[in-house]
Ligand binder design. Structure first.
Ligand code: HAM
Length: 418
């Protein structure tokens, strides 16, 4: 924004700064996820923030909104087309093939957390740079793997205390089995073309399934009477879906079958799922995913079945609707005399090595100002270092103040249960 005094910079549209209060809440989510993943034998992977554009064109699919409209794509100085990653699954499959991970014990179970980029119209819960936590189990086609993946996300949302969550479950069948159904669906769409939104009409041939996701009321009317894929599943597809449902029931994970569930990426096969939260507005999905049995082959690897999901950190935070409490400090080292700064620094080091959080005055406040500051940052104890080398320990909650031997500070504070 330009002003008389010059240019005032702002974070780009659809992005935001993560300030310390918000960073704490995010760290709690990432730590909870990392603990859940570790207990289930998932290991962390990190891939670049940008990839060759073609990876997403091939992986996510040219007919998807993501590839058609939402990618941050640019040419680098070497003339290559580069795209900021809009999602994590295609990059992880690229890494799986590139590093020959098929030689490892299967399935390879990976998790990740980091920023993703989509040029969408920003609104609550929808940003141009957002953050996902995700998990992928590559090299297994069993319904058990689907149920376990779903269970991990259910556990994470439960542990974080995300309220009002509901699991929607669907199946897209295998790629071959889907073909016959898609012809039937296209015929239904063509027969009702006049009632479809422009976007859906233009994509009858390339992505008819997306019509189930349309916001437009007339299109929704057409879709209410459309044939549904879950009702057409046969043979192994039907068995797989039945087994996933039975496993979820046995694990006590509640779900709704949603015959209209579709997802915004082309790679899904068989099981798909979505965790929605009634505290969120239009962008109600906190996380979701599904099976993608054809993706690795699509990207040049051997046929390798896989399942995974991703959850949006910002959506989880919105659903929780709370800012994390400030952390508080164990000790603030105040100096009654500016000459005591050196001692304060040494004691802060000692306390920190002993595992306490400790701060000291870094801006030369008077003693009164330091006590006020200690209160403001939520210090539980203040140590006042006197000019004669003695010290006082003040309990900030009770206001009680006693002399303390600086050599015994760690014990004195530990004894008070800091
Ligand atoms: P997705 O459904 O596109 O799936 O995104 C997963 C989650 O990321 C969503 O449920 C939502 O919480 C969050 N999200 C997506 N777009 C935005 C946005 N613009 N602003 C804020 N949050 C957003 C995938 O990305 C797949 N890679 C998931 C997956 C992994 N499937 C298999 N494995």
């Amino acid at each position: 924004m330009a002003s008389k005094t010059g240019t005032r910079y702002q974070a780009p549209r659809g992005t935001f700064d993560v300030l310390p209060d918000a960073a704490r809440a995010r760290a709690r989510i990432e730590q909870a996820a990392a603990a859940i993943f570790a207990r289930a034998g998932y290991e962390q992977i990190s891939t670049p923030a940008f990839e060759d554009t073609e990876l997403f064109e091939r992986g996510v699919g040219r007919s998807t909104d993501i590839v058609r409209k939402e990618m941050f794509t640019f040419e680098d100085k070497g003339g290559r087309s580069i795209t900021l990653r809009p999602e994590g699954t295609a990059p992880i499959c690229r890494a799986y093939v590139e590093h020959g991970m098929h030689k490892l014990a299967q399935p390879v179970k990976l998790f990740y957390a980091g920023p993703f980029f989509r040029h969408e119209r920003p609104q609550a819960g929808r940003y141009r740079q957002f953050h996902q936590i995700g998990a992928e189990a590559i090299g297994t086609d069993t319904p058990l793997a689907d149920a376990e993946a779903i269970m991990l996300l259910a556990d994470l949302l439960a542990e974080l205390g995300v309220p009002g969550v509901e699991l929607r479950l669907g199946s897209l069948g295998s790629l071959e089995a889907r073909r016959a159904y898609l012809e039937e669906l296209k015929a239904h769409l063509r027969a009702n073309e006049g009632d479809l939104s422009k976007d859906v009409r233009e994509r009858i041939e390339i992505n008819p399934l997306r019509a189930f996701d349309a916001d437009d009321a007339d299109t929704q009317g057409v879709m209410a009477s459309a044939p549904k894929l879950v009702e057409r599943l046969e043979g192994e597809d039907a068995e797989h879906f039945a087994e996933v449902r039975a496993l979820l029931e046995a694990a006590g994970i509640a779900f709704e079958i949603d015959p209209t569930l579709v997802r915004g990426l082309d790679y899904y096969t068989r099981t798909i799922f979505s965790f929605v939260c009634d505290r969120l507005g239009a962008q109600s999905e906190v996380g979701g995913g599904g099976r993608y049995d054809g993706l690795i082959e699509q990207l040049g690897g051997s046929p390798t079945p896989a399942i995974g999901w991703a959850a949006g950190i910002e959506r989880i935070l919105l659903a929780l609707g709370e800012a994390e409490e400030a952390g508080g400090r164990d000790v603030f080292l105040a100096v009654a005399d500016p000459g005591q700064g050196r001692r304060a620094l040494a004691l802060a080091g000692e306390l920190r090595h002993a595992g306490f959080s400790a701060e000291l005055d870094l801006v030369g406040r008077g003693l009164k100002g330091q006590l006020k500051h200690a209160d403001r940052i939520g210090a539980r104890h203040v140590v006042i270092l006197e000019a004669d080398g003695s010290a006082q320990l003040r309990d900030m909650q009770s206001g009680a103040q006693l002399p303390v031997d600086p050599a015994d500070l760690v014990d004195a504070i530990g004894g008070e249960g800091a």
